[in-house]
Design a protein around this ligand. Structure first.
Ligand SMILES: Cc1cc2nc3c(=O)[nH]c(=O)nc-3n(C[C@H](O)[C@H](O)[C@H](O)COP(=O)(O)OP(=O)(O)OC[C@H]3O[C@@H](n4cnc5c(N)ncnc54)[C@H](O)[C@@H]3O)c2cc1C
Length: 261
């Protein structure tokens, strides 16, 4: 079920110059949202911009009925959203997405995240209480590193890497996972991040035969599977056969082996 509600903004925190954490009060969404789902947010009161902006659910507090999301200012929509203030009403559709992270219990799991793709992985990690959770997060540089303390609290192991070596381990997060795979058993992989990272983890998971789910952040318009703007090819079953999944409706989370990215 997807609710369309006007709800009050009750948390607003600026985490970085261009990064905001917002929290809304919504028992409806907090009660049913699953890790990996997202919100379609109407950023302004008027009709400009017309389209809602998709933002992942970062944290759900069922007791307090608060749903939080974190977003980076990218363009007009997120800029306008960042100017909204506590107490203002926001028009939200959610939770959106049929494809969600499958919660593996009593397993050894790896969570791979990059850049703004790390946000939906926090609610996921919180829900994997019965599993051994190994988290690998990659950022461009020290200034981009975010939520380190939060991810440490919900993991058995956290490795942070930066592309330029200015913080944590130097290099790509996936390379740290590759190193661990040489001596550690990993039963399941979850990933969200830039497309090159997702392509690489898809290949690695197929090569090592480890089930893997990836969350895609394809550009989308309607958010409910009508406009077909966010198509992603399904893995071919026959040479001349093509069919598509839609990130907003079938995703945003898919089994890596089932899609071509
Ligand atoms: C399922 C899903 C979950 C998402 N979750 C988050 C999240 O938790 N936090 C967050 O900060 N962002 C998230 N995004 C991305 C976010 O929706 C876009 O950054 C936002 O819609 C941009 O709107 P805008 O009006 O500010 O920018 P626009 O003016 O629409 O675009 C500005 C720039 O951003 C690029 N851009 C726009 N949308 C995307 C996208 N989906 N992926 C990559 N580049 C894009 C454009 O190409 C352009 O260069 C998510 C996207 C999807 C589809």
């Amino acid at each position: 079920m997807i609710f369309n509600l006007k709800t009050k903004l009750i948390v607003k925190e600026q985490l970085k110059p261009n990064l905001f954490k917002f929290g809304i009060k919504s028992k409806e969404i907090a009660d049913i949202a699953k890790p990996g789902q997202f919100l379609e947010i109407k950023v302004s009161e008027g009709i400009d911009p017309f389209l809602r902006r998709p933002i992942s659910i970062y944290n759900i507090d069922k007791q307090k009925e608060i749903v939080e999301f974190i977003f980076q200012i990218k363009g007009k929509g997120t800029e306008i959203l960042s100017e909204r203030n506590i107490g203002e009403e926001i028009d939200i559709m959610g939770p959106v997405g049929d494809g969600t992270f499958e919660i593996m219990q009593n397993k050894k799991v790896a969570i791979l995240g990059g850049g703004i793709g790390v946000f939906p992985l926090y609610e996921l990690a919180k829900n994997l209480k019965e599993s051994e959770v190994n988290i690998y997060l990659g950022f461009r540089n020290k200034d981009a590193v975010v939520l380190e303390d939060e991810f440490r609290k919900v993991s058995n192991q956290l490795i942070i890497s930066t592309d330029d070596g200015s913080y944590g381990v130097s290099g790509f997060a996936i390379d740290e996972l590759k190193k661990d795979l040489q001596e550690k058993q990993i039963d399941f992989i979850y990933a969200c991040g830039p497309l090159p990272m997702l392509k690489a983890i898809r290949e690695l998971s197929i090569e090592k035969n480890i089930p893997c789910q990836v969350s895609l952040e394809e550009r989308m318009a309607c958010g409910v599977g009508v406009c077909l703007g966010c198509a992603v090819k399904k893995t071919k079953v026959a040479e001349d056969e093509f069919s598509y999944n839609y990130v907003c409706k079938n995703g945003p989370v898919f089994y890596a082996k089932d899609i071509e990215i």
